[in-house]
Design a protein around this ligand. Structure first.
Ligand code: DX5
Ligand code: ZN
Length: 220
């Protein structure tokens, strides 16, 4: 099943209620929330208080992308703020297994993210314990960058490997996705598509619908 996850990093933060309502009504299943700590990535975005305030705007899945060092420190607070799916970077966790178990025991779905240059083999030992792999298609930290072409090959290899293992794990792809390249990303094997600028620049509802129409071509 294909899912669109609009990234509110690219939304007008002063009009978040309208922006979230627009994409939710138009059919986006996830709201992608980029949390940055100024250490794991250069920039700082937002955290628990914002997530808590926007939680009342929608029942959609809050897909929280933790670009944070040792994100396990915030797992409980993120759950309390309203996260449904917590995605942590492999590169940011010294004890990835412990962090995964902690997120699960709090009742959230677990995702693990990989930077473009991190090989998919890094997840071999935990693949059957997680709900989603997030393959970054840009270096994390900012919206509006161009997709790095070699990441398409990683998506393809991971999907093939998951099929070999008999796993139906979601593959989320994040960064630089546009109406021009999204078909290639889906064909490579992704089924959760993050889109920031290409949704929120312009008419967010119309852009969401345009993505969902593309998804239909792939049998949804
Ligand atoms: C990048 C973030 C992305 C970003 C995507 O560090 O993780 O979620 O908001 O934005 P676009 O779609 O503009 O590349
Ligand atoms: Zn993200």
């Amino acid at each position: 099943m294909m899912i669109l996850a609009p990234s509110i990093l690219a939304a007008d933060l002063g009009r978040l209620e309208e922006e979230i309502e627009a994409v939710a009504k138009a059919g986006a299943e996830y709201i992608h929330i980029d949390v940055m700590d100024g250490m794991f990535v250069p920039s700082i975005s937002f955290g628990m208080p914002l997530i808590k305030s926007i939680r009342r705007y929608t029942d959609k899945v809050f897909d929280v992308h933790m670009m944070v060092e040792e994100p396990g420190r915030y797992a409980k607070a993120m759950k309390e703020a309203g996260a449904d799916l917590l995605c942590v970077h492999q590169e940011a966790c010294k004890h990835l297994d412990r962090t995964i178990q902690e997120i699960r025991s709090l009742g959230m779905k677990v995702g693990v993210a990989l930077n473009p240059a991190t090989p998919i083999e890094m997840l071999e030992c935990v693949l059957d314990q997680i709900d989603m792999v997030l393959l970054m298609s840009v270096n994390p930290g900012f919206g509006g960058q161009d997709l790095i072409p070699y990441t398409l090959k990683k998506i393809h290899c991971l999907r093939r490997h998951l099929i070999d293992l008999g796993l139906h794990t979601d593959i989320q792809v994040d960064g630089g996705i546009t109406f021009e390249n999204v078909r290639q990303v889906i064909e490579a094997g992704a089924n959760v598509i993050v889109a920031g600028s290409s949704v929120f620049r312009g008419d967010a509802a119309a852009n969401t619908q345009a993505y969902l129409r593309i998804f239909e071509d792939f049998g949804h």
